[in-house]
Structure formats: structure tokens, C-alpha cells
Design a protein around this ligand. Structure first.
Ligand SMILES: Cc1cc2nc3c(=O)[nH]c(=O)nc-3n(C[C@H](O)[C@H](O)[C@H](O)COP(=O)(O)OP(=O)(O)OC[C@H]3O[C@@H](n4cnc5c(N)ncnc54)[C@H](O)[C@@H]3O)c2cc1C
Length: 408
């Protein structure tokens, strides 16, 4: 492939992970923006199904990069967990801000461009090949342009082409994706009291859902609704759609049309996240298995990819053999690993009410998780408290499970 452009770093994908990588390269690693090309197959604003909840970790990651939230958002200072008729509220010391991803992501692109980063829209990565002898990646775009880069960052989302390449080798266990679906609806008057509240409804467990249905406020008297399903039970798209409709009806919400399902890969600390000259970030590397959260993950992965890329450009060593460890050991990696274990406990349990009882009845657990959502706590650093909560639950879990059965 003849190269027409030769950036040091080529970033595929201009979502939160790609923009965070680009901005970190400039602001944190001192790379000249003219040495970076970020390309996205979509034109911004582009459709992006998402709950849009910016947690405390997302805010901290934005601030660390000098990025700002400049689009309308609906602040939610209360979380509510629901199971049947049982509702528990938890105060969020720092509100989660719910954005429309179309607006949020387009504005992040504007902020990256203001730094001098070239963001090519409507032109995706079509193919690439690594020429390790020449220390370069040869890439072809969907418009047929050729590029020659030293590092390729695959921030190209859940359907990542780069991820597929890195995961091409057969693996011991075939991973299954989380499934998420989402719609935005007008908020009915009956839900006016929900302003400022994010609902996480676990009632769908009785119908086979292993995850939750959410109702989040969005600007303009509307709600963002959806469902997340962890792949331990086999619910197809149609079944999930019907389940979402039934569960929302309990809250007085009617689905006007089918909600489309989207896959997302849960982070797996053992899965490949790099190859010589190539790094993954954001959804391409994997998201939170417990919550389906990935905006903060992308914003936190981006700078880690930037650090690894900058170090390689300085040293001339592009193997990236330490990148998986860097992701694992960073706060984001430790939180993802912990949430992966909690997801297996909560969603994988045969007696689901026993573990759901932990969420619905243990105030300590709710407060700990609320602190994590606010960004005031790193749960992975509070293992002792968590072990205390889990130990208490081992004793009381049976009783809590039976109490929960009275609600559904
Ligand atoms: C229904 C749903 C609800 C969700 N709710 C939440 C939530 O409430 N909170 C939260 O934190 N997370 C949520 N997530 C997850 C969150 O949306 C993602 O984790 C987040 O967008 C990841 O950012 P990213 O930059 O890695 O990927 P993306 O935002 O998907 O960006 C990837 C970009 O790559 C581009 N691209 C794809 N292929 C190519 C290619 N070949 N070449 C160039 N560009 C390419 C795409 O156009 C896209 O712009 C949700 C996800 C879904 C599906």
C-alpha cells in the first residue's frame, strides 16, 4: 500500500476513547497534534445508543484531559434500585449527568480539533497490516486513502475491526457479549417525580433477564430507557425487547417501537489488548460487565493507550508487551476486574434472589456502590469493606433471598 499520509499515531474511532487518546497524546504526552490522525467512519453528530450516564469517574477523566461537558445534561442526584414493589433510594453525593451521546461525542470531537488534531469524518479504517521490520502500520481507509503510521489505536467501538484482528486466534472460551438496548421517550406526567432520579430496575430477573432495566432523565422532559443483559441466560433480541416493554409498562411507559439490541464485550483481563504497533482502547478493549458502563472506561483507556504510544515513539520499541498489564493495574482495570467478579456473582447465581438481596437490602453495599458511581471511591481499593459486606451477606443471604421472594 502506498502511503499518502504518515502520522505517528493513527486512531481508528473518534468516540470517547479515541478522542481521549488523541487529547492525551497532545496534552499529556507532548506529541505534536500534526503527528496524529483520528478517523471515524461516521460523520458527527452520529447516532449512538447509550444510557448516557456520565459518572464521577467520567467527570474526573474529562477534567484530567482538560475536556469540558458543554452540552445539555440532566443531573441525577438519586439512584433508585427496584425489584417488584420494593424500591430503595440511594443519594449520590455527586450527581450523575445524563447526556445525549450524539451531542456529547460531537462536542468532544470539536474540543479535540481545537487542539489541532485532525479528525477525519465519514472515513473509516478498512484494513491494516503491520510491517514490523519497518516499524510501521499500513492502513487503508474506506475512501481508499492509504496511511502509514507508527502506532494504530483501535478505538473503533464494540464492533471493532482492530479487536477482531487481535482476537482472531482461537480461544479457550468463546466470549459472549453483553446485550444492551435503548430508546428515548417523552416523560409521562406520572413520572414527573423521577426528575433527578436514575432508576435501575432488576424485576426482569424473574423473566430471565440478568441485568437491569434503566430509566434515566434526559434534558427536555424526556427519559432514556433501556436494558442490559449479561450473557448467562439465552435471551434473544425479540425476547429482550418484549421484556423491556413489559417492565417499562410497570412504570407507566409505553414502548412506541421495538428497541434494537447492541452487543458490547465485557472486559476480560486475559484477552489480547495489543499487538506490536497496535493498541485497543474503550469498547474495543471491553466494558464494565456489571453495569454496562463504558464512557468512563473509554475516557480512562484513551490516556493509557496514549502513554504507551508515546513511550514507544520515544524508545522505538513497539511491542507493547506491557500494555495489558498497564490496563489491568490502572484504576480502570482494577475496577473492571472487580465488577467482572461481582457480575458473575449477581448474574451467574442459580439462586438469583439470594444475591439480588445483597443489592436490595444491604445499605452498606448500596452506599459503597453509590460512592463508586460518584467517583468518590475506588471500590477496588475498598476490598476490606466489600469483604465485610459479602461476609455479612453469606450469613444473611438466605433470609434476604426469602424476603425478596415476597416482592416477585
Ligand atoms: C444501549 C447502550 C447503553 C449504554 N449505556 C451506557 C451508560 O449509560 N453509561 C456508560 O458509561 N456507558 C454506556 N454504554 C456503553 C458506552 O456507550 C460505550 O462504552 C462507549 O461509547 C465507548 O466509547 P468508545 O469510544 O470506545 O466507542 P464508541 O463510542 O462506540 O466509538 C467508536 C467509534 O468508532 C467508529 N468506528 C467504528 N468502526 C470504525 C472503523 N472501522 N474505522 C473508524 N471508525 C470506526 C464509530 O463510528 C464510533 O464513532 C452503553 C452502550 C449501549 C450499547
Amino acid at each position: 500500500m502506498a502511503a499518502s499520509t504518515s502520522p505517528d499515531v493513527l486512531i481508528a474511532g473518534a468516540g470517547p476513547a479515541g478522542v481521549a487518546a488523541a487529547v492525551a497524546l497532545v496534552r499529556k504526552e507532548g506529541i505534536d497534534p500534526s503527528r496524529i490522525v483520528c478517523l471515524d467512519r461516521a460523520g458527527f453528530p452520529r447516532p449512538k445508543p447509550c444510557g448516557g450516564g456520565l459518572t464521577g469517574h467520567a467527570f474526573d477523566a474529562l477534567a484530567a484531559l482538560g475536556l469540558e461537558l458543554r452540552v445539555p445534561s440532566a443531573p441525577a442526584g438519586t439512584g433508585e434500585v427496584v425489584y417488584g414493589a420494593l424500591r430503595r433510594k440511594v443519594a449520590l453525593a455527586r450527581p450523575v449527568h445524563v447526556v445525549r451521546r450524539e451531542e456529547f461525542d460531537a462536542d468532544l470531537v470539536v474540543q479535540a480539533r481545537a487542539l489541532g488534531v485532525a479528525v477525519w469524518e465519514g472515513e473509516g479504517l478498512a484494513d491494516y497490516a503491520v510491517d514490523a521490520d519497518q516499524h510501521r502500520v499500513l492502513a487503508r481507509t474506506t475512501s481508499g486513502r492509504s496511511l502509514e503510521a507508527r502506532v494504530l489505536v483501535g478505538a473503533d467501538g464494540a464492533g471493532s475491526l482492530v479487536r477482531r484482528r487481535l482476537h482472531a486466534a482461537p480461544r479457550r472460551r468463546t466470549p459472549q457479549p453483553l446485550r444492551l438496548m435503548r430508546l428515548e421517550l417523552p416523560r409521562p406526567a406520572a413520572l414527573d417525580h423521577l426528575q433527578g432520579t436514575m432508576i435501575y430496575d432488576f424485576s426482569g430477573f424473574t423473566e430471565g433477564l440478568r441485568g437491569y432495566v434503566w430509566i434515566f432523565p434526559v434534558p427536555g422532559d424526556r427519559v432514556n430507557v433501556g436494558a442490559m443483559h449479561y450473557p448467562v441466560s439465552d435471551l434473544g433480541g425479540k425476547e429482550l425487547d418484549a421484556l423491556l416493554g413489559r417492565q417499562l409498562a410497570r412504570h407507566g411507559l409505553e414502548l412506541p417501537s421495538s428497541a434494537r439490541g447492541w452487543p458490547a464485550w465485557p472486559y476480560d483481563a486475559g484477552a489480547p489488548v495489543s499487538a506490536p504497533h497496535v493498541l485497543l482502547a474503550g469498547d474495543a478493549a471491553g466494558i464494565d460487565a456489571l453495569t454496562g458502563e463504558g464512557i468512563a472506561v473509554g475516557l480512562e483507556h484513551g490516556p493509557l493507550a496514549a502513554r504507551a504510544a508515546a513511550a514507544a515513539l520515544r524508545s522505538g520499541a513497539f511491542a507493547f508487551s506491557g500494555y495489558a498489564r498497564a490496563l489491568r493495574r490502572a484504576t480502570v482495570g482494577r475496577e473492571l476486574a472487580l465488577d467482572g467478579r461481582l457480575a458473575r456473582l449477581l448474574y451467574g447465581a442459580r439462586d438469583f434472589r439470594r444475591w439480588l438481596g445483597l443489592v436490595m437490602f444491604d445499605r452498606g453495599m448500596l452506599d459503597l456502590y453509590a460512592a463508586r458511581v460518584c467517583g468518590s471511591a475506588i471500590l477496588a481499593d475498598r476490598k476490606l469493606e466489600l469483604i465485610g459486606v459479602l461476609a455479612r451477606h453469606l450469613v444473611t443471604g438466605g433470609r434476604r433471598g426469602r424476603a425478596l421472594a415476597e416482592y416477585g
